[in-house]
Design a protein around this ligand. Sequence first.
Ligand SMILES: [Zn+2]
Length: 466
Amino acid sequence: MKIKFAGAARTVTGSKHLITTRNGKTILLDCGLFQGEDAKRHNYNKDLGFEASEVDYCILSHAHIDHSGAIPYLVKRGFKGKIYCTKATLDLCSIMLIDSAHIQEADLQYINRARIQKELEPVEPLYTIADAEIALNQFVGLDYNKWSKINDEIEVCFTIVGHILGAGAINLKIKEEGQIHTLCYTGDIGRNQHKIIKHPESFPQADYIITEATYGNRLHDNTSTTENKLLDIVEDTCIRKKGKLIIPAFSVGRTQEIIYALDQFETQGKLPHINVYVDSPLSTNATEIMRNHPESFNQEVVNYLKIDSDPFGFNRLKYIRNVEESKALNNSNEPCIIISASGMMEGGRVVHHLRNNISDKKNTILIVGYCAPFTLGNRIMQGVETIKIYGEEIPVKADIKILTEYSAHGDYQEMIDYLSCQDPLKVKEMYLVHGNYEVQQEYREKLLEKGFKNIRIPDENSEYLI
Ligand SMILES: [Zn+2]
C-alpha cells in the first residue's frame, strides 16, 4: 500500500492521511481544516491535496475541526463514500460541522459586503450549512473495540485514546495478496489525568503506526492541585473583588471540565453563593451530548454519579442560548462566573464579555486553553496593555490568570506510555504527524531510545510505499 500525508505534516492542523491499497482502494484518515496561520498558507483550504472523487472511504479519529472540518468540502467536491467514526464523534460532528459552516457563512457576509462596495466578486464559503447537512448523511457511527468490515479487504476497529469525547485510535487490518497488514493511526492522544472521559487504553499490535507529536518535547504540570487553584481564583474574583470571572473555553471538552469542577465544589459546599453562566449555544449542545454518553466516563465520574446524577448541572448554573439573555449579562453587575466560547477568543460571545469586562480591575479573565499565535487570546496571555475589539482600542485592567494544566493532548511521557503496549521490534515503520518539525525531531529521539525504529517525519504531500 501507499501512504500520502496531505496535511498536519510538520504542522499541527489540517490532518489528512491517504492510504491506497494495492487493489486501488483509497482510505482517507481524517479530513481536517488547516486553521490559523496554516489556513492562510493553504489558501484557506481550497486544495485538498488529492481528488475527492477518488477516495473510497473516510475514517475519522475525532470531532475536532482540524481533523473533521474539511469533510463537508470533501463531499461537496465529489466524495460519495461512507465516513466511519465512533458514535459520540458522530453526535459531536452533527453540531460542530454545522457550526463550522455557520462561522464561514457569517464571516463571509461581512467580507462580501466590503467586496461588493469595491465592486469585487463576492467570495464563496468553503461549504455551507446545507453542504454540512449532506455530509452528515454519509456518517456511520461504530462502537469501540469491535472490528467492522468495510469491504472484503479492509477492517476497522476504534480503541479508546482519551483526548476528547468520542476520540478513537483507528486500527486497520488490510488484506493484500493474501497477507494481512495492520496499521494504527492514533489521532490525538489524550491524558492519563483527564477529569471526565476514560483514559487511553492499549491497542492491537500494529505493523505500521501513524502518531501525533504535538507535545513531543514537553511535560505538563501535574493536575492534582488544579481544582484548588480554580477555587482560589473564583473566591478572589467573586468574593474579595466582587467582580466577574470570565473563562473563555473550547465548547467541547474544556467547558465540560470546568463545569464538572464547579459542580463538585457545589456538591462539597465549597462554591461561593454566585451564579454561573455557560454562554454559548455550541457549548450547551456539546454538554448535552456529553451527558448522553455516560459509557465514555472514567471511573471517578461513574463514582460521582452515585451522589450527583448530573455532573454538569446545579441550581445556580444556567445555560444561555438566546441572545437577549446573553446581552442581559452585560448590564448586570453581580459577581458571577461566565464560561463562554471561543477558547482562543477570536469569535463567539466571549468577545462581547471581554469588551465589557476586561477594562475593570475587579474582574478576572482566566485562560484555560491553548491560544495560537496571533489570536486575541494569545495577545491577552502575553500581557498586552491594550487590545483591539471591533475596531476599538480597550485598556486591559482586569487580572489575567492562566491555568496551564488543562490540556487535551498528552505530553511526551504520556504518549510514550500510550505506545508502550506495542512491541517496538514488531513495528516496521512509524510516522510522526501533527507537530512542529523541531518538536517532532526531539520526540523521534525519545522513541528511538524506546526501541522503535524507522521513524519518519513526513513532509506535506510526501508519499511512502509500504
Ligand atoms: Zn484534537
